[in-house]
Design a protein. Structure first.
Length: 132
């Protein structure tokens, strides 16, 4: 049995989520130190560096839509709605998320928002497909 391409796209976006967790943690640890990282993190800290802050916000941004994408994608696979439209909308979501991370990390305005909108269009496409 051949796996639908959507499963590979799901794996890619899950790896991206892990990467974002590690990147945000790395830059926070670099700023606040290893003692902070292994400690209770109860102390009040100065604001994060621009890079650490952007990586944390990019991670939060992904995590806002990721459960919706996973739910819609799995629902469509269960319903047998995998095919051209499902693959294209999943590719749009995952591809935009891959592009969005470096754009956000390096503070690129406007284009970052356009890429985010493309990802939302892919997500909405996956959700709409549930009803077809």
């Amino acid at each position: 049995m051949t796996k639908p391409p959507e499963f590979y796209l799901l794996g890619i976006v899950l790896l991206l989520a892990l990467l974002q967790i590690f990147l945000a943690a790395h830059f926070k640890t670099r700023q606040y130190g290893y003692k902070w990282n292994v400690g209770t993190r109860d102390e009040t800290l100065p604001p994060p560096s621009p890079m650490a802050g952007r990586l944390s916000r990019a991670q939060a941004n992904l995590f806002e839509t990721l459960p919706l994408f996973i739910g819609a994608l799995l629902a469509n696979l269960y319903l047998g709605h995998n095919g051209y439209y499902s693959e294209i909308t999943a590719e749009l979501y995952v591809g935009s998320r891959l592009i969005y991370l470096p754009l956000y990390a390096f503070g690129v305005p406007y284009l970052r928002s356009i890429i985010w909108i493309a990802g939302i269009i892919g997500l909405i496409g996956q959700i709409i497909l549930i009803f077809c």
